[in-house]
Write a protein that binds this ligand. Structure first.
Ligand code: CA
Length: 231
C-alpha cells in the first residue's frame, strides 16, 4: 500500500467477531470502519466508498445478500467479500450474483481472510481497466457495458463469474491463459488459496455456450490452462 491507507468496512452484528476483524485489519494498516447493521453500512456508503467491504451474510436488519445488492445499485465500486456460515453452493453463487467479488465460509482462518482482503484491495487499487465496449468471437458477442452475451443473436444468461471468465478468455483470444492467471484475474488470488472451482465454472460456461449446438469456443490446453478460439 502507498499513500493514504485503504479503507475497509466491516459489517457484522456479532460484536466479538466485528471487533476482532477491526483489530486484525487495523493492525495490517487498513483504515477500518465497522457497522453492526446493514442500514448503518448503507448510510455510511452514501458518503464514502471503501476499497473492500467485508459483509456478513447474517445481519439483523437486512440479509447480507440484500445489503450487497443495495451497495451495488447505490454505485459502490469497491470490492465486497461476503462472509457466510452457510455451506451450500446455492448461497455462495447467490452471493456472487448479488454483486460480491468473493466469499469466505465461516469459520475461517484469519490469514485466509487477510489474503482475500489484500487481493481485493490490490484489485481495487489498480482501478478501472480500459474496457473495450464489445468483444466478439465467431458468433459470440459480449457487450461489456450491458454485460449481455449472445450467440448468433440468442441471449445467454451468465453469472457474474462466468461472465468475467468468458470475457477474460475472449478478450485475450487466442492467447492461452494459465490457471493461475485466470484465478488471479477473475478471483483476485492465487490458485493455492482457491477452492478447486475453475473446472466447474468452465464446464458450466461451456454447457451454456453450447446449449444450442454451437461449436466449442473454450478449449482446454492440457497442463497449462484455457484459450478461447473458434474451432
Ligand atoms: Ca452475523
Amino acid at each position: 500500500m502507498s499513500g493514504s491507507p485503504m479503507t475497509v468496512t466491516v459489517v457484522e452484528d456479532d460484536q466479538s467477531v466485528r471487533e476482532m476483524l477491526a483489530a486484525v485489519l487495523g493492525h495490517e494498516g487498513y483504515d477500518v470502519a465497522t457497522h453492526a447493521t446493514a442500514r448503518s453500512a448503507l448510510a455510511a456508503a452514501s458518503t464514502r466508498t471503501a476499497a473492500v467491504a467485508v459483509v456478513d451474510i447474517g445481519l439483523p436488519d437486512l440479509d447480507g445478500l440484500e445489503l450487497c445488492k443495495r451497495l451495488r445499485s447505490g454505485g459502490h465500486t469497491g470490492s465486497i467479500l461476503m462472509l457466510t456460515a452457510r455451506h451450500t453452493v446455492g448461497d455462495r453463487v447467490g452471493g456472487l450474483d448479488a454483486g460480491a467479488d468473493d466469499y469466505l465460509v465461516k469459520p475461517f482462518a484469519l490469514d485466509e481472510l487477510l489474503a482475500r482482503v489484500r487481493a481485493l484491495a490490490r484489485r481495487h487499487g489498480i482501478g478501472v481497466e480500459r474496457i473495450p465496449p464489445g468483444v466478439e468471437l465467431g458468433d459470440l458477442v459480449i457487450d461489456v457495458g450491458t454485460r449481455r452475451v449472445t450467440r448468433s443473436g440468442a441471449p445467454i444468461d451468465l453469472t457474474k463469474f462466468e461472465f468475467e471468465l468468458l470475457h477474460l478468455l475472449v478478450a485475450n483470444a487466442p492467447t492461452v491463459l494459465s490457471r493461475d492467471q485466470l484465478y488471479q484475474r477473475v478471483w483476485g488470488y492465487d490458485q493455492e488459496n482457491a477452492s478447486n472451482s475453475l473446472e466447474v465454472f468452465i464446464s458450466q460456461l461451456r454447457r451454456k455456450l453450447e446449449a444450442d449446438g454451437g461449436d466449442r469456443l473454450i478449449h482446454t490446453v492440457r497442463g497449462i490452462g484455457y484459450t478461447a478460439r473458434t474451432a
